[in-house]
Design a protein. Structure first.
Length: 260
């Protein structure tokens, strides 16, 4: 794994850091290539319940893809196709994680950085955060799947505004439109982000991951239970966490969930 990506775990919360602060965490192709395996390892780690994704330093989550590479890695249609496939695979790996994911956004979250943040379940940002998606400034076309994630959050009109203009969206605008879920003062962002992640880590993980899967299906267009969602719901009654949740409620104490 490249030093440009760092993984740490504290309790039940893992942190994936984009570690290129000297370039505002611009994302290199190698980083995109490494992400699926890294994320798979986090998803398979029974000690991890929640993932926080962040950028190193104080200036940016990520200022986008590393454009200094473009003459080599996106020199023509063929190389651009390969590059785009690597980006899509990385974003898919993040979006498809079974465990909850939170992007902790401080400062700039632009282009490819915004793409990774959109692939997370939630986005906590500070008041200095600035979001932007900039294909219109580079003569590029944003992918359908990345555009779909944006539309799912902010709706079609706001998505058009963001994509047509390539302009920056400040934290207040992001919160109003659904691009951000929480806005905190810069010195309180980590506390709020990790406080939420640790709280989710205390909940019944079967319930949390089932909720994530059911929301995913609803966003994809499912409107009624099928055999899979019915089985998912009914199987919760056979888990030790369900028995523990009932015991804890009756005994008026916090539950101690063990399913991972």
């Amino acid at each position: 794994m490249s030093d440009d990506l760092q993984v740490e775990r504290s309790g039940s919360v893992a942190t994936l850091t984009l570690n290129r602060p000297e370039s505002r965490n611009a994302i290199r192709l190698e980083m995109y290539r490494d992400l699926p395996a890294i994320l798979r390892g986090i998803d398979e780690d029974p000690l991890v319940k929640v993932l926080v994704v962040r950028g190193a330093g104080t200036k940016a989550f990520a200022a986008g893809a590393d454009i200094s590479e473009f003459r080599d890695v996106r020199a023509d249609a063929e190389s651009a196709r390969s590059y785009n496939e690597q980006v899509a695979a990385a974003e898919h790996a993040l979006e498809d994680m079974a465990k909850p994911t939170v992007a902790m956004v401080h400062g700039y979250c632009v282009g490819g950085g915004c793409g990774l943040a959109l692939a997370c379940d939630l986005r906590f940002c500070d008041t200095a955060a600035r979001f932007a998606i900039t294909p219109a400034k580079l003569g590029l076309v944003y992918s359908l799947e990345s555009t779909r994630r944006l539309v799912d959050l902010v709706g079609p009109a706001q998505a058009k505004w963001i994509l047509f203009s390539g302009g920056q969206v400040d934290a207040g605008h992001a919160l109003r439109t659904g691009l951000a879920d929480v806005v905190a003062e810069p010195d309180e962002l980590a506390e709020q982000t990790y406080g939420f992640a640790e709280l989710v880590g205390t909940r019944a993980q079967f319930s949390v991951r089932a909720a994530k899967e059911i929301v995913r299906r609803i966003v994809a267009g499912q409107r009624a239970d099928d055999e899979e969602t019915t089985d998912l719901r009914n199987s919760s009654f056979d888990t030790e966490d369900y028995a523990e949740g009932v015991r804890a409620f009756l005994e008026k104490r916090p539950p101690r969930f063990t399913w991972s």
